[in-house]
Design a protein around this ligand. Structure first.
Ligand code: HEC
Ligand code: HEC
Length: 156
C-alpha cells in the first residue's frame, strides 16, 4: 500500500512538472510515442501532455490514485499498471461520467452558442466529486431532514 502512495505522489509530481515545463518533456515521458491504445471518449490524437493533464484532473477530483481506475499488469511478475486495460469497472464508470459531464456542458452551459462545445468546462469532475470518489448524497439528505425538522419545530 505504501508503495502506491509513493507512486501516486511521484505521478502527480510528474504531472505538475509537465505543466510547468511544457516543451521539454520528450526525454522523461514514460509513454512510448506510438500513441494510446484504447481511447473511447478522449480524442484519439490527444497529446501525451494533454492526456496527463486529464488523468491528473481525474485523480485530484476524485482524491484517487491511478490504480483506482487502472488495473495492474496481467503479468504479475511485472510491476505497475496496464493503462490500456479495461479490467477495472471504475474505468468504464469514469468514461460514462466523462460523457455525462460533456453532455451537461454542451446542453446546459453553451450560453455563447459555441461550435466547439467540447471546450466548455463549467461542469468538471470536481464540481460534484470535491476530492472524493463517492460524493455521498446521503450526507446531504440527512442534512435536509434535520433542517426540515428544525423548521417544523420552530413553527410551533
Ligand atoms: C477516475 C478514473 C481514472 C483515474 C484516477 C486515472 N485514469 Fe487514466 N484513464 C481513465 C479512463 C476512463 C481512460 C480511457 C479514456 C478513453 O477511453 O478515452 C484512461 C486512459 C489512460 C491512459 C491511456 C491508455 C491507453 O493506451 O489507452 C493512460 C496512459 C492513463 N490513463 C494514465 C493514467 C495515470 C498516469 C493516472 C494517475 C495519475 C490515471 N490514468 C488516473 C480513467 C482514470
Ligand atoms: C453531476 C455530478 C458528477 C459529475 C460532474 C461527475 N461525477 Fe462521478 N459520480 C457522481 C456520483 C453521484 C457518483 C456515485 C457516488 C456513489 O454513490 O458511490 C459518482 C461516481 C463516480 C465513480 C465511481 C466511484 C466508485 O466509488 O466506484 C467514478 C470512477 C467517477 N464518478 C468518475 C468521475 C469522473 C472521472 C468525472 C469527470 C469526468 C465525474 N465522475 C464527474 C457524480 C458526478
Amino acid at each position: 500500500m505504501k508503495k502506491w502512495h509513493v507512486g501516486a505522489i511521484i505521478a502527480l509530481g510528474f504531472l505538475v512538472t509537465l505543466g510547468a515545463s511544457s516543451n521539454s518533456v520528450s526525454g522523461s515521458n514514460p509513454e512510448p510515442d506510438e500513441g494510446f491504445k484504447n481511447l473511447k471518449v478522449l480524442p484519439k490524437n490527444i497529446s501525451d501532455k494533454q492526456l496527463d493533464s486529464v488523468m491528473g484532473e481525474f485523480s485530484i477530483s476524485l482524491g484517487a490514485r491511478c490504480g483506482f481506475c487502472h488495473a495492474r499488469k496481467a503479468d504479475t511478475t511485472k510491476r505497475g499498471l496496464d493503462f490500456a486495460s479495461d479490467a477495472k469497472d471504475e474505468k468504464e464508470i469514469a468514461r460514462n461520467m466523462y460523457k455525462m459531464t460533456s453532455y451537461l456542458n454542451a446542453t446546459y452551459f453553451n450560453w455563447k452558442n459555441s461550435t466547439r462545445p467540447d471546450t466548455i468546462h463549467y461542469v468538471v469532475c470536481y464540481t460534484c466529486h470535491r476530492g472524493t470518489h463517492s460524493p455521498d448524497a446521503q450526507v446531504f439528505l440527512h442534512m435536509i431532514d434535520s433542517t426540515e425538522q428544525a423548521f417544523r419545530k420552530n413553527r410551533h
